[in-house]
Ligand binder design. Sequence first.
Ligand SMILES: O=C(O)C(=O)C[C@@H](O)[C@H](O)CO
Ligand SMILES: [Mg+2]
Length: 383
Amino acid sequence: MKVTKITTYRVAPRWMFLKMETDEGVVGWGEPVVEGRARTVEAAVSELSEFIIGKDPSRINDLWQAMYRGGFYRGGAVFMSAIAGIDQALWDIKGKVLNAPVYELLGGRVRDRMKTYCWVGGDRPADIIAQMKERLAHGFDTFKMNGCEEMSIIASSKQVDAAVAKVAEIREAFGNTIEFGLDFHGRVSAPMAKVLVKELEPFRPLFIEEPVLAEQAEYYPRIAAQTSIPIAAGERMYSRFEFKSVLERGGISIVQPDLSHAGGITECVKIAAMAEAYDVAFAPHCPLGPIALAACLHVDFVSWNATLQEQSMGIHYNKGGEVLDYVRNKEALKLDEGGYAHPFTGPGLGIDVNEELIIERSREAQDWRNPLWRHPDGSVAEW
Ligand SMILES: O=C(O)C(=O)C[C@@H](O)[C@H](O)CO
Ligand SMILES: [Mg+2]
């Protein structure tokens, strides 16, 4: 079998799908994208396609190593996202050829179902209680929200109190009948992370995500030393080699690589195994589409330390397109009471893609950008 064609489709809300065709008619799908840099990733996929086309798609490990090591410069969000989407499609093809779900090819399941969580609130945490009540009524009991709005490098008590008040309101309304992670989203400086974590300790959020930016990873052990709240990070780390130093340094309790940013299934299975060796939980980041989510779930099903799976249904970013829009076999991604996902039964990634809709929507190719925030003094604020 040989790869004959790779096509990318940028679609609403802010995703990109990759179709990989072969000379034996087997087709694989992937989801390479960096939110806000879709066209850049598309260019990277196009460059890598020159190498992949003509190759035997069964040689996933060798193709992965060649893509990663073959260009001399390596790593980073764009390049590792391009590799990720190609890798997902290669695994989809392998499963279809061998008539087995990807998790079977990875050694079979360690669990019967996988816990997922959903987002509440928007870029600025708002309507949290009402949205949690609405999602609770639909069986969800685990959530994530932005932990704060813009935060100055040395923030005022008012800014800190505003962030803490929202969390206090949640515990006041629900007690411990629900769980929630707080995503600091990289908005909080290292000095303020120490302040916020101390103030949030009594409310016991399930985890605090990206308490500082990935480029401040040396603060993870220092923050962890002052709190019992598990620290989570990983959406802006793109390979084993970045997770290696973070795991070595300690401080992280949950790693959150993104299956569409960190080199795909081949790389994230290895990251999960590395994390397990440090007794660190694995909770893939996934604010993206159905193929990315399926890739996450296949790795979750074979990783003993997989604990929580992010999924984007109802997330505030999904304007103009939702996860199930592009999926014909919608039951494959049905989430049961408690937000549990069930093992795919179909071969490969197990997603029967609505290609007609993808092609139609790619005609008005999305060009989503995240907002550029500024502080009151006009300086750039982390979004
Ligand atoms: O889902 C998360 O945890 C996020 O932090 C969302 C962020 O990754 C946006 O997708 C960036 O555009
Ligand atoms: Mg996040």
